[in-house]
Ligand binder design. Structure first.
Ligand code: CTP
Ligand code: CA
Length: 224
């Protein structure tokens, strides 16, 4: 029945969400990317929009439809994602759920790289800009910045360190050993200034809903 009750708790708030993978070209036919399905980020965008937020979803290539009421900006590379995010500011909150490719080819080949008798080519990679950290340091920093951490080892220690390093307010940590990529369920912990809260395993839709509710509570308690 709750879907029939209009919720305006985020009315008037502009929220930026990043989602999906980024895709970094190696040559015109090959790329470097990752397994992100975009499901968790799209579910968050949908939950925020259901609460009346004005949502800008900056997304790498995924196969899921744009949720109702969400403005999607489609990008391919990390650098395009950063440019689109900066262009979307100001925002009240930013939720960085994208699986940004950490590296790109230093010099993507203009033509298809061919096999040669010399053996495989070596790829020179350079690091991509960190979108979450850049938003956190921005002079137009949103009041609430939420990051995600995909970890396979020492999940909570890595996530606590990552929150401090990036400078985000909240960090949603998930253990990606459990086959989270492309799955519909997720087990996460939410880290904020007061510590770690473990959430039970639930649907990505429910993770999104619970996060959107917490964001609405955050803004209900803030004066602006
Ligand atoms: N992130 C980002 N831009 C990047 C890399 C990551 O915005 N270039 C964001 C992700 O969207 C996520 C958070 O930073 O919200 C953490 O991403 P993650 O890959 O877990 O952390 P990294 O800092 O890239 O560290 P590593 O992959 O080495 O664990
Ligand atoms: Ca990374």
């Amino acid at each position: 029945l709750s879907v029939l009750t209009p919720d305006h708790s985020l009315q008037g708030r502009h929220i930026l969400v990043t989602a999906g993978p980024t895709v970094e070209p190696l040559d015109p036919v090959r790329f470097l990317s990752n397994h992100s399905s975009g499901r968790q980020g799209y579910a968050i965008a949908a939950s925020l929009a259901q609460r009346g937020a004005d949502v800008t979803l900056v997304s790498g290539p995924v196969t899921i439809p744009v949720p109702p009421g969400v403005r999607r900006i489609a990008v391919q590379t990390a650098r395009e994602m950063l440019t689109a995010c900066e262009a979307a500011l100001p925002a009240d909150a930013a939720i960085c759920a994208a699986a940004v490719s950490d590296w790109r080819a230093k010099q993507p080949a203009a033509g298809k790289i061919k096999k040669t008798a010399d053996g495989p080519p070596s790829l020179e990679l350079v690091e991509n800009p960190d979108i979450l950290a850049t938003l956190c340091r921005s002079t137009r920093r949103p009041s609430l910045v939420v990051g995600f951490a995909a970890e396979t080892d020492d999940v909570l220690d890595n996530a606590l360190a990552k929150r401090a390093r990036k400078g985000c307010d909240w960090l949603v940590a998930n253990d990606v050993r459990q086959g989270v990529f492309g799955a519909t369920r997720n087990t996460v912990s939410l880290i904020d200034e007061s510590g770690v809260q473990g959430w039970p395993e639930m649907d990505k839709m429910h993770v999104a809903d619970r996060l959107a509710e917490r964001i609405a509570t955050f803004f209900a308690g803030s004066s602006s």
